[in-house]
Design a protein. Structure first.
Length: 159
């Protein structure tokens, strides 16, 4: 840092805005704000060593009928396919972690007002297949075929 002469004041340069010229930042959507608030609660709960299983089951119980049934069934499939995964909440969604890193999650259709629920995997999942592979799946219902496919994907993700 350069030395100043005695009796002179240090000046700071103003920081330029990163918002494109002519555009204003309108802020986060209600859904994004809600997800961020839920994430803060989750971090506090993790600090308090709250039970992830009960938090996930409570979140699933809050969901509307079809998403609730699908979420509960996914919970059972994931627990059976990869018992080593720890249930926890992640941005207000039921998720399952290995060594503290989320591997997969369930996002209800209600979460962001979409027409289908989503079952997804994070980058911690071992699903790599060449240069491109799917990491999220739209769910409208769970049949035996989908349940088997999800179970196999979860097993592959944690190996």
């Amino acid at each position: 840092m350069a030395e100043r002469k005695p009796g002179t004041k240090a000046t700071q340069k103003s920081v330029k805005s990163t918002t494109p010229i002519g555009k204003t930042f309108k802020g986060f959507t209600d859904e994004e704000r809600s997800a961020m608030k839920e994430r803060v609660k989750e971090l506090k709960a993790a600090a308090d060593k709250a039970d992830g299983e009960s938090a996930v089951l409570a979140k699933l119980a809050e969901l509307p009928g079809p998403d609730r049934a699908m979420g509960k069934r996914l919970h059972a499939i994931i627990k059976a396919s990869a018992p080593g995964l720890s249930p926890r909440l992640w941005y207000g969604m039921p998720a399952y972690a290995k060594d503290g890193k989320v591997v997969c999650f369930f996002q209800s259709a209600q979460k962001f007002n979409t027409r289908y629920a989503t079952f997804g995997f994070s980058d911690a999942a071992n699903l790599d297949e060449g240069a491109v592979w799917p990491v999220a799946f739209a769910l409208t219902e769970l049949t035996a075929a989908e349940e088997a496919r999800i179970g196999a994907l979860v097993k592959k993700a944690v190996r």
